[in-house]
Design a protein around this ligand. Structure first.
Ligand SMILES: [Zn+2]
Length: 398
């Protein structure tokens, strides 16, 4: 027999009810009871608490037919804000969302200094200015999630950020002390994976998301939990060796996957080998449009190496859904089909392979969603992604 104290059971019931309200968007008390197998009395008591806390709102549906108009419950998106931050090399991106993950404010700050103290100071200033500006509802900022492009332990301490050369730092503790907010630290690839799971792929129970812009990182969500490994460092897939005695890598090994399949290396190689002062995504877009044969051959070679790593990942994890978060694949039409042509092993099994539909925003969107998940205390979130540019257009047409 499973037993538990009353407070614990109450907490579990609350999270079940909240999760159902978020998943359905709008649902009646009776339907919550049906969907969760909780008694109507339990549902009513919990719903009363959630209403008191302003976390949910009631809406009376308009009916044409005779009979009682059902009262529907939905999450009160306006009760608070989540703040997601992506600490990248050279710039820090911020997304502030409502409690349904809809972006309310976005901002990018250039940052030339790389030392910990300078970036900590910048983060404190920015977070405090968001806190002051967005205090117009009951909870204000409910939590901050910061994604770093490096190793984050299970204790949320940062162990190593290669491009910043940060060793062990406790950013969570430093920020919580300075900003009086709940702060979580996560790896960027985990946050991209989380955005894909929460906003797009509700049905999957095993999702891999590889971010391929600078290095290659892998976020893994299995049965609604991150797969983190023993220390929390799992997913450093860019350092899987795909070419014995190959190109030297910053990690000290040779032939690492990211030396062949990360976008930054692809663009840098073109710049160096063609003696150019720079070669950007925009240059690549032009080269593709002009049908530049050399560039097209390089792209096919790039896709071949990308496929080698993917083949290994698929065989290791047997994922349902694989998302590639990068820009080059988006620019090169038919890239997913080309990758699939390489993934023909009779052993490899996956169901779905696609390019992230967020673009670079996936990290901060995932970070906002992760802050919301923590605040509401639910095991998983199923939210709808509303493209804010489209919303903007729509609002301006009305
Ligand atoms: Zn390496």
């Amino acid at each position: 027999m499973i037993t538990g104290d009353a407070a614990y059971i109450k907490k579990i019931n609350r999270s079940l009810i909240l999760e159902k309200i978020i998943e359905k968007g709008m649902i009646s008390r009776a339907d919550i009871s049906k969907a969760t197998a909780l008694t109507r009395a339990t549902v009513s008591a919990q719903v009363a608490d959630l209403l008191d806390e302003d976390l949910i709102i009631e809406t009376q549906l308009e009916h044409n037919s005779v009979g009682r108009k059902p009262i529907m419950l939905s999450l009160n998106a306006k009760a608070g804000y989540a703040l997601g931050i992506d600490v990248e090399y050279g710039q820090i991106s911020f997304t502030l969302s409502d409690l349904l993950g809809n972006p309310v404010c976005e901002k990018t700050v250039e940052c030339t200094k790389l030392d910990y103290k300078s970036i900590l100071q910048l983060l404190i200033e920015q977070i405090n200015s968001f806190t002051d500006e967005f205090a117009d509802n009951r909870y204000g900022i409910i939590g901050v999630v910061i994604a770093v492009h490096g190793l984050v332990g299970k204790d949320e301490k940062i162990h190593f950020v290669p491009r910043f050369q940060w060793g062990s730092v406790d950013l969570k503790n430093d920020l919580e002390k300075a900003c009086q907010l709940k702060v979580h630290i996560e790896n960027n690839a985990n946050m991209s994976a989380f955005a894909e799971r929460v906003f797009h792929h509700h049905e999957t129970n095993s999702l891999l998301c590889a971010t391929i812009y600078t290095g290659i990182g892998l976020g893994m969500i299995m049965d609604n939990e991150f797969f983190r490994g023993n220390d929390g460092f799992a997913g450093e897939i860019g350092h899987m060796i795909v070419v014995p005695r190959g190109r030297p890598c910053t990690c000290g090994n040779e032939g690492c996957w990211e030396q062949y399949a990360s976008e930054i290396v692809f663009l840098e190689n073109i710049m160096v080998e063609k003696n150019l002062s720079s070669y950007t995504y925009e240059d690549l877009r032009k080269s593709i449009a002009e049908g530049d044969q050399d560039i097209l051959e390089r792209l096919d070679n790039y896709i071949y190496y990308l496929s080698i790593g993917l083949n290994n990942m698929i065989n290791m994890y047997n994922p349902d859904t694989i998302i590639l978060d990068g820009e080059i694949l988006r620019l090169y039409e038919g890239s997913i089909e080309k990758i699939e042509e390489h993934l023909t092993s009779t052993i490899s099994h996956y169901r779905h392979l696609s390019i992230s539909s967020f673009g670079k925003k996936s990290v901060t969107m995932g970070a906002c969603a992760f802050a919301i998940k923590h605040f509401l205390g639910v095991p998983m979130l199923n939210l709808q992604y509303v493209d804010d540019e489209k919303t903007y257009e729509k609002n301006n047409q009305n």
